[in-house]
Design a protein around this ligand. Structure first.
Ligand SMILES: [Zn+2]
Length: 323
């Protein structure tokens, strides 16, 4: 009986398209990898590209990554606004339809990238300085390509979006490996339940901080801030590729009155943030939108959002108590 079942299983898989028995899936960043790993469950492990303390904004591919990309049936990534290093490799994938840019899937609520004032300027490829910003925008008014680039890519930090991503990943995996569809569907149901529970938990945890000010290093958190009603004062930089100048730092300093929390990120050195912290009793803490220090895998996503909420609530609690 067992032999019969095995033969049946083998026949079933060899009848499927030319994909391997074990899914060959790549994910760009840890939060996306975690969602994919949750849905794949025991059927296989997705390969992660941006690991350790690296940032997708400043990453470059290693030769081993090129091999993984060439072999992949599916590559889940956010899109060129976040993982610029993947834009060209995605055009040359061996499997034509393998690229799944998640920023383009149905059901997302996308926010425009914040720009100007306390949110800093987006300097595309570092080619424009502050003085040329207005001119640049006048020239490109109504330019569709420019508009495409104006959405904030950190979209996984809104849990409605995360559920839309879950649906899209489940669909693509099931389309590619139809024999595993029921497993993907069960795993995705479990994940959706976890995300809904997490959302309620975070709403409760962050409700008390709707008026507490703070600074962040790069503008990665507006999805999270809008969802949970937080009140950031601004970001040191909109684009971590661009180092903030002295003028920018003094603008920010004026925006912050009294002691505030300043959140650095493990991907970027916090020395520049000291300017915001000199004599005002400000607190330095950390936020990590990628969950770099949290173990990779199915539990990573939920743990990353919990860590963000805890870091914010701990620092803002200490700050409120000090006032
Ligand atoms: Zn970012």
């Amino acid at each position: 009986m067992r032999a019969y079942l095995l033969a049946f299983t083998l026949a079933f898989f060899s009848a499927a398209p030319s994909f391997a028995d074990t899914p060959r899936v790549v994910a760009s960043i840890k939060p996306v990898h975690s969602l994919v790993a949750s849905i794949m469950g025991d059927t296989g492990d997705p390969t992660l590209l941006v690991s350790g303390g690296a940032s997708p904004h400043t990453f470059s591919l290693k030769p081993s990554h090129a091999t993984a990309l060439n072999n992949a049936d599916l590559v889940f990534w956010i899109g060129p606004d976040l993982e610029g290093f993947l834009a060209n490799p995605m055009k040359n994938l061996v499997h034509d339809s393998a690229s799944v840019p998640l920023m383009a899937v149905d059901g997302l609520k996308l926010l425009e990238a914040r720009e100007g004032g306390v949110w800093g300027d987006h300097l595309h490829n570092g080619e424009h300085d502050d003085e040329h910003q207005d001119e640049h925008h006048d020239q490109h008014q109504g330019d569709e390509e420019d508009e495409e680039h104006s959405f904030d890519p950190h979209l996984w930090l809104d849990l409605d979006n995360t559920i839309a991503l879950t649906n899209a990943i489940e669909q693509r995996l099931s389309d590619t490996y139809p024999g595993l569809g029921p497993t993907f569907s069960d795993n995705a149901d479990t994940l959706r339940t976890q995300l809904t529970t997490l959302d309620l938990e975070l709403k409760e945890q962050l409700a008390a901080f709707s008026t507490e000010p703070y600074f962040v290093f790069h503008d990665a958190y507006q999805y999270f801030e809008k969802r949970y009603g937080l009140s950031p004062l601004g970001a040191v930089t909109a684009n971590p590729d661009v180092r903030p100048g002295a003028r920018r730092m003094s603008e920010l300093k004026e925006a912050g009155q009294g002691p505030v929390c300043v959140f650095a990120e493990p991907q970027f050195e916090p020395r520049i943030l000291r300017v915001l912290m000199d004599d005002e009793g400000a607190r330095l803490s950390y936020l990590d939108p990628l969950g770099s220090s949290i173990p990779t895998g199915p539990d990573h996503f939920v743990a990353t959002l919990r860590a963000l909420a805890t870091s914010i609530s701990d620092c803002l609690t200490a700050n409120a108590n000090a006032q």
